[in-house]
Design a protein around this ligand. Structure first.
Ligand code: SF4
Ligand code: SF4
Length: 324
């Protein structure tokens, strides 16, 4: 693993924007990362230059499914930094304005004492620096996570993974950083498609990921948990106003699939297909092999390839491209 310790400036996404798909799920364990990885590999196999971005920064594992370790020599790493105010005692008058202005109460200050930062509570908003009447607050930065980049993890497929330092809380800042990096203007020449593997659940990391995508694919399963979490994510999808689709994973696990599909059809979601439980798929998963690269034919792979062709058409239609 090579490490670059300089801070990369964040670049704001601009047009023309790369086509993008986000894969999400109302809860962990539905097969979201499995689908994201195999979709990315399938597009790459079809000749597209794909960037897969793992936005599940508290539990990233796309690299494992692609047989890549963060410790490999060809993986580049870079810290994700966040602003942190530092207090210059020579200039500070102990006025207390920074403490009273901090909306997160991240500044501690006792009467006639200098302020102290509780850095894990600080979002890096810079309000305190802007408000200080004596310019006693100076900028510094601290790491909250790491970005890993691997070129050609598979032919035509690059991988970017974000990872939050376990004791840190600002996961959304890392997701934002990954998305801004992925959609940098320079990448519109380099890639044809971005596949975003979202965190599971319904929170700001997921919202940031879904907002970046042209289309959103939810992976669910026919269990009471799957049904419950699909309903929750429906609420979020209404807010982000994205065209959204559903894949039913482990569709033959229970007899509840139809009940969930009824929910899907009565909502703004569109059903794109199912994948049944399949022993060969599980074997490939255990080996860290994207199952679309397994030379054997088996029912789940056939089902997935049908889904892939449907997603190709949906994306092509949604981005108004003849081919993507
Ligand atoms: S606002 Fe500036 S001068 Fe006032 S306490 Fe904070 S750092 Fe010191
Ligand atoms: S940067 Fe923002 S959150 Fe952090 S201490 Fe200053 S005002 Fe508070």
């Amino acid at each position: 693993m090579t490490q670059n310790v300089t801070q990369t400036p964040i670049v704001t996404p601009q047009s023309p924007r790369l086509p993008s798909i986000a894969i999400t799920g109302g809860k962990g364990g539905t097969g979201k990362t499995l689908i994201a990885t195999n979709l990315a590999v399938s597009f790459a196999n079809a000749g597209k230059r794909v960037l897969l971005v793992d936005c599940d920064v508290e539990n990233p594992n796309t690299n494992i499914l692609l047989g890549k370790s963060f410790d490999d020599d060809d993986v580049k790493s870079e810290p994700v930094m966040i602003y942190k105010p530092t207090f210059n005692k020579d200039l500070c008058t102990q006025c207390g304005l920074c403490r009273s202005s901090c909306y997160l109460h991240a500044i501690l200050q006792f009467p006639e004492h200098y302020p102290t930062l509780m850095e894990h509570m600080c979002s890096g908003c810079k309000t305190c620096e802007r408000i200080c009447p004596t310019n006693a607050i100076e900028p510094a930065f601290r790491p909250i996570g790491t970005r890993y980049f691997a070129h050609e993890v598979k032919p035509n497929l690059d991988l970017m993974v974000g990872e939050l330092i376990p004791s840190e809380a600002l996961s959304a800042h890392i997701v934002e950083n990954l998305i801004e990096w992925a959609f940098a203007p320079a990448h519109s020449e380099k890639y044809d498609l971005i596949v975003l593997d979202s965190a599971p659940g319904v929170h700001c990391d997921v919202e940031k990921t879904l907002l970046a995508a042209d289309i959103v694919i939810n992976v669910t399963e026919p269990t009471p948990f799957g049904e419950h979490d699909l309903r929750r994510i429906l609420e979020l999808l209404k807010l982000v106003e994205k065209k959204s689709y559903v894949i039913m994973n482990r569709a033959n696990l229970t007899t509840d699939a139809q009940k969930i599909l009824d929910d899907v059809t009565s909502s703004a979601l569109e059903y794109v297909g199912k994948i049944d439980v399949d022993r060969t798929l599980i074997e490939d998963y255990a080996k860290g092999l994207p199952f679309v690269l397994d030379p054997r034919d088996f029912p789940a792979k056939t089902q997935f390839l049908q889904i892939f062709h449907t997603v190709e058409k949906i994306l092509s239609h949604s981005t108004n491209q003849e081919t993507i």
